[in-house]
Design a protein around this ligand. Sequence first.
Ligand SMILES: *Cc1c(COP(=O)(O)O)cnc(C)c1O
Length: 395
Amino acid sequence: MTSFQDWKPRTVAVHTGARRSQYGEVAEAICLTQGFVYPSAEAAEARFLQTGEDEFIYARYGNPTVAAFEARIAALEGTEDAFATASGMAAVSGALMAMLRAGDHVVAARALFGSCLYVLEEVLTRYGVRVDLVDGTDLDAWRAAITPQTAVVFLETVSNPTLEVIDLPAVTALAHEAGARVVVDNVFATPVFSRAADHGADVIIYSATKHIDGQGRCLGGVILGSRDFIRGTVEPYMKHTGGAMSPFNAWVLLNGLTTLDLRVRAQTETAQALAQALQGHPKLARVIFPGLADHAQHAIAKAQMGGPGTVLALDLADGKEAAFRFLNALRVVLISNNLGDARSIATHPATTTHQRLPDAQKAELGITSGLIRLSVGLEDVADLCADLMVALDAA
Ligand SMILES: *Cc1c(COP(=O)(O)O)cnc(C)c1O
């Protein structure tokens, strides 16, 4: 048998990280326990030295089912190690808090998930971290903002909801020249299409709530990086501050990883077909999808991701009223705000996920009143296409 280092991603996704008990169960068991029993007082003393692998003490520090999920996602992403967290935001805030101290400087792309913006602008600055936001697609802006004081560069490789793609190798080179580490929130790229580690990202973060679960059941997150970083920097912070993933969620998400590749590729193929079918529709001012040749960063997306992803954005020419008529006419696609789910989901960012942003900031980010984010699911492409066309007629 080949070692898992030689396995292709689909084999890794099915087998890596499985820990069978003495019963030899086929499906991974859930180790639903907060703690662990020691055979003797001496064993308890030794366990607290935490010198070996698999030396579990308390589920806030680690748990066998959580460890199985961490091993599988690290092998898929191609990093040495991973730390699983209670949610994507526990991963983002945990990684940044563990890495930064007062006086440090952070440069981040401006187009970020709302909660990431909150952590950067409202939380880190309270503790003496300086934060500068730049247009992520403008390399001159990155060059001007990154200085020798910059400790961390933070970005979403593909931004939410306007799907700008950042030139990761170029930004990483600028950051590393200045001695900064690059932290990438990689949700939209997905672990299937990510090449973030190959392109020099030091830390890669996922909300596992999205494609990794892919069926809308559990919150989860993960921080990926070198073993030294994960065990030396992230683990001490996370285990004492309490953002651990629950063993039950780890078990659901571990099984999510098993089918992730198939789901993401099928959803991406459908997203590409829908983007092409919708392009040029008279009710739409724009169709934004990194897989379309007219996308501003189409070439960058092609060079740095294995596929364009499962999300597209539609800009209805007649604004909010048209967007609402469109949403209310959908019969297959659900109105909700998750993404990466097996069910297709439409979101109106201006009135929901990005509601709290001032109008000027919405305009700067391209969040118009007609913008719809469409997360494409696993339904038949013909049914989705018909649903969207009928809803566009109604808009
Ligand atoms: C959803 C999301 C998060 C937050 O993840 P949760 O699991 O909801 O905490 C962070 N970043 C991006 C890009 C996301 O899409």
